[in-house]
Structure formats: C-alpha cells, structure tokens
Design a protein around this ligand. Structure first.
Ligand SMILES: [Zn+2]
Length: 169
C-alpha cells in the first residue's frame, strides 16, 4: 500500500477521457503495438517490461486499474501463428503480472484473455492478451483503498507504479 500513500494528497479523480488517444484519436501508425515495441514517438509508450519475444504494457485504454496487456513482438494477427516459445514467454510474464498485482495491489480476481477477430471486441489486430484486475465493487476501487481519493487509473501513473513493483519483485 505504501506506493499509494505518496499520492494521497490528490483530490481530483483522473478522467481517462482527457487523453486524446482515449477519445478516438488513434496514433497515426500502421500498428499501435508495433509502435509500442519500436518505441515510436507517435505512440504512447506504456511498456512495463520486455523480453526478447514479448512486451508487457499498461493497456492504452485501461478500463480498470492495473489493466495490462502482453503481446508478442512479432506482428501476428491470429492465435495459430503464436509460437510455442512466445506462448510460454507470455505465460511466464502473465504469472509475474498476477503475482505483482495480487501481492502489491491486493487484487483477488482477474479476467485473462484474447479478443480475436471480428465481433470479439478487439480493436487492434496485433494479438495481445489482456490482464484485467477485478475489484469487489468496480466503481469502488476507492473502497479498496479507503480514506484516499485516489484512483490509479491514469495510464502513466499506473505505468510508473507497475514498473517499480515489477523491478522490486
Ligand atoms: Zn503490430
């Protein structure tokens, strides 16, 4: 919880809608995730950690605190193209993400998964696995961290905290 205390003076809740990319102004690149991988200046860089094969990033469009995506560095658009080594790498990174979020943010529920193809809700063709923390009362992340008015929802703030937690664990 210590990492939250330093922000407890904050009074304003962050609105993700303030970020231009969240309003639909997508970065003008062929693939946002390839842009993240390449650290393209046109794309918000929310990378927490990377390996030779994969990238762990705060989701560009978080819908819960701690919403992370993990994706293969190769631009592939179907699950069948995912190599065993990449799948294993993503698996290992997923375990680490869950462990970090459980331990430090006391997250006790998650949704994991891929949105693949049309009608899945996916909006970026480059395949990526979501890790979505779930909270007892989702509107009430505040309840989890009572007596603060902090919602760790702002992607760059989440990034800062998650990078530190990742390094420390
Ligand atoms: Zn791509």
């Amino acid at each position: 919880m210590g990492s939250f205390e330093e922000h407890s003076h904050r009074k304003n809740l962050f609105s993700v809608g303030k970020l231009s990319y969240a309003k639909g102004d997508r970065p003008p690149v062929a693939c946002i995730l390839c842009g993240v991988r390449d650290q393209d200046a046109l794309v918000p860089n929310l990378t927490i950690f990377e390996t030779d094969l994969s990238v762990v990033s705060v989701n560009l469009y978080p819908y819960n605190p701690g919403h992370i995506i993990i994706f293969p560095k190769r631009h592939i658009t179907s699950y069948s193209e995912l190599l065993e080594a990449e799948a294993l790498d993503i698996h290992n990174l997923t375990q680490k993400c869950l462990s970090v979020l459980e331990k430090h943010w006391h997250v006790s529920g998650f949704n994991l998964g891929y949105n693949l193809g049309k009608n899945s809700g996916g909006s970026i063709p480059h395949i990526h696995q979501h890790i979505v923390p779930r909270f007892p009362n989702e509107a009430g992340f505040l309840d989890v961290f009572a007596n603060t008015r902090v919602v760790i929802y702002e992607p760059y703030e989440m990034l800062k905290q998650l990078r530190k937690l990742w390094e420390d664990s």
